[in-house]
Design a protein around this ligand. Structure first.
Ligand code: AGP
Length: 642
């Protein structure tokens, strides 16, 4: 989830763009850049310089900006871009229009050359992009046939060359037409801003799937991925909708559809402050990230779950899929919440692909003398991609000749770079230390992997298609659960003073019980344990009394009756039960003290539904106890030491 800003007006653009990017840094960052052009007003200097291979001329008074666009971009955060700008001997000064970008990498590691803006070969067009161009690989090949060379590994760069190609190859084509034509060719999600020295007084913007806002000032206009960088300049904004593009000059703006139909867009008055925007109106990043999961689930599956074609496309492992299918054994290694996702991965791969799987804590794997070697596949799961124990386990498995597949959220992270192949979870930056959306994204990636491995192997076509339909229905089902957050807050109120908690689940929901317990421990500091429900009789049942709340995950599946008896065993010892149950299940209401309902679904997808109320329960209990849920004590978002 990148950050985009743009400006056209009378003010010096570079400092405005830099400040705007600082406001978007909460969206995650691994590299940043700006592109400017002065158009009508210059500062009179006659200097020439090179910034990152793009010609940069600061022209004399009144001369038109024929020399192209000036770009400064750098790996790292906004501060490092600021240093680069300070060191670019005024290369970007005097310009009163420009675009800026904070990158959250999806394709291509964080680096200077993969940073945005991307520039056309002749330096006359600069483009920034937020989203994923799904058909970028095919377009690269096509443009390559026309002699276009690519300086980055990004999907975004194809767009600037495509615009340049269409502009040069179609007679009487102009800037707006070339951008529109290009957008009718690309597939995928985008929020873009484009400028060109060939028409230096125009700022073109467009969106499809990624947010874009135009801020309307007095003779000046601001553009951004959300209102954070705009609210301090103007409160009058225009929200672009999917399939719309804006043509902005200093004299005004027009919004049209990609199909060139003028759109009447009303002005919206912003009524919130900055702090709120960064959290999108949520009190904490954790709550925001919990509520982002329906969209994140769509992003994880975008271009991968191809229901209309009845297939799954996992670009990051497609060349290795056959080798994965032939694996004698799969070892999953991870830590914390990622380890819980790995446990669910074991159930999924063994059910759908019938390949034996074992799951190891990475920290234990590396210190026991594990039997792993050629013919084995290790899957390492890590949100940050920097967890030391997981990295060490990866390196050990590689040394022993196993193939290592990565499932990471941070693109270009160490683990992602050191694996043989892998899949990104595309959950966007996860700011809250307690992992939520990254967990569900990991489980969806594992589900897609298991289905891809099981297709034409242990899964019939009908079962495969049905599973794809289930996956595609997830975002709507999760939205329904999030709609019940108020009831979950009331339940949290009843248990906020508990000293201990027990979480029970069976089958796919056992790892969810572990995850629910971890979430509560992490942010509320209440001691909690997750257990396979049937294990309770072998010890933990001794803990149960009226002081011990027991969370029981009890959806209507093959083990439902067994779980009901576990609830009766708890009730018989005075325990208080919070049940996670399937909508419409009235029977369990008789037994449990409180019930949190989830939509019905196939057993394999239940973890993606039953974990949501547990995320919310832990969040509400922690906030009711006054805990700082975004920065819980003693914890780090990424554990890079042993
Ligand atoms: C989860 O909420 C915690 N932040 C922690 O357990 C985390 O899952 C663990 O440190 C692994 O991190 P990773 O996924 O970045 O490797």
């Amino acid at each position: 989830m990148c950050g985009i800003v743009g400006y056209i007006g009378q003010q010096e653009a570079a400092p405005l763009l830099l400040k705007g990017l600082q406001r978007l840094e909460y969206r995650g960052y691994d590299s940043a850049g700006i592109a400017v052009q002065s158009g009508v007003r210059c500062d009179g200097l006659g200097a020439t310089g090179e910034v990152l291979g793009v010609r940069c001329d600061v022209l004399g008074e009144g001369m038109k900006d024929e020399a192209g666009v000036r770009v400064v971009k750098r790996k790292g955060n906004v501060a490092s871009l600021g240093e680069a700008l300070a060191g670019s001997n005024g290369a970007v000064s005097g310009a009163t229009m420009g675009i800026g970008h904070m990158r959250w990498a999806t394709h291509g590691d964080p680096s200077d050359r993969n940073a945005h803006p991307h520039v056309s070969a002749d330096g006359s067009i600069a483009l920034i992009h937020n989203g994923i161009i799904e058909n970028h690989a095919a377009l690269r090949v096509e443009l390559g046939k026309h002699g276009y060379e690519f300086v980055s590994d990004t999907d975004s760069e194809v767009l600037v060359h495509l615009i340049d190609h269409l502009w040069k190859s179609i007679p009487f084509m102009n800037f707006e037409g070339a951008v529109r034509e290009a957008l009718s060719i690309v597939d995928g999600a985008y929020g873009i801003c484009v400028i060109s020295s060939r028409e230096p007084d125009k700022l073109l913007v467009a969106r499809n799937g990624s947010p874009l806002v135009i801020g309307v000032g007095e003779g000046e206009y601001f553009v951004a991925s959300d209102a954070a960088p705009i609210v301090e300049h103007t409160r009058r904004v225009v929200y672009l909708s999917d399939g719309e593009m804006g043509v902005i000059t200093r004299d005004g703006y027009t919004v049209k559809s990609i199909g060139n139909i003028v759109c009447e867009k009303g002005l919206t008055e912003l009524d919130f402050d900055l702090e709120e925007i960064e959290k999108a109106g949520f009190e904490h990043f954790m709550l925001k990230e919990i509520f982002e999961q329906p969209e994140v689930m769509q992003d994880v599956m975008r271009g991968r779950v191809r229901l209309d074609e009845g297939r799954i496309q996992l670009g990051g492992i497609s060349d290795q899929l056959e080798r994965l299918r032939e694996a004698k054994r799969i070892v999953i290694c991870a830590c914390g919440t990622s380890w819980h996702a790995g446990l669910i991965g074991e159930y999924l791969i063994e059910e759908f692909a019938r390949i034996p799987v074992e799951v190891d804590y990475a920290s234990e794997f590396r210190y026991r003398s594990p039997i792993v070697g050629p013919g084995d596949v290790m899957i390492v799961i890590s949100q940050s991609g920097e967890t030391a124990d997981t990295l060490a386990a990866l390196r050990m498995a590689k040394e022993k000749g196993a193939m290592v597949v990565g499932i990471c959220n941070v693109v270009g992270s160490t683990i992602a770079r050191e694996t043989d192949c892998g899949m990104y979870t595309h959950a966007g930056p996860e700011i809250g230390v307690a992992s939520t959306k990254a967990f569900t994204a990991q489980v969806i990636v594992l589900t897609m992997l298991a289905l891809a491995l099981g297709k034409d192997r242990a899964l019939s076509d009908a079962e495969f298609i049905q599973a794809l339909q289930c996956l595609s229905s997830l975002p709507e089902r999760v939205k329904r659960i999030l709609g019940c957050s108020e009831q979950i807050r009331e339940i949290a109120e009843a248990y906020k003073d508990a000293k201990n908690f027990l979480y029970l689940g069976r089958g796919y929901n056992f790892p969810v019980a572990l995850e629910g317990a971890l979430k509560l421990k992490e942010i509320s500091y209440i001691h909690a344990e997750g257990y396979p429900a049937a294990e309770m009789k072998h010890g933990p049942i001794a803990l149960i009394d009226e002081e011990m709340p027991v969370v029981v995950i009890a959806p209507k599946d093959d083990t439902y009756q067994k779980v009901l008896s576990n609830i009766q065993e708890v009730k018989a010892r005075g325990g208080r039960v919070i049940a996670i149950a399937t909508e419409g299940d009235e029977e369990i209401r008789e037994l449990a003290d409180h019930v949190m309902y989830v939509p019905k679904g196939k057993a394999f997808m239940m973890p993606l539904l039953t974990v949501i109320p547990l995320q919310l329960l832990s969040y509400f209990i922690a906030t009711l106890r006054g805990c700082d849920v975004d920065r819980p004590r003693n914890l780090a978002k990424s554990v890079t030491v042993e």
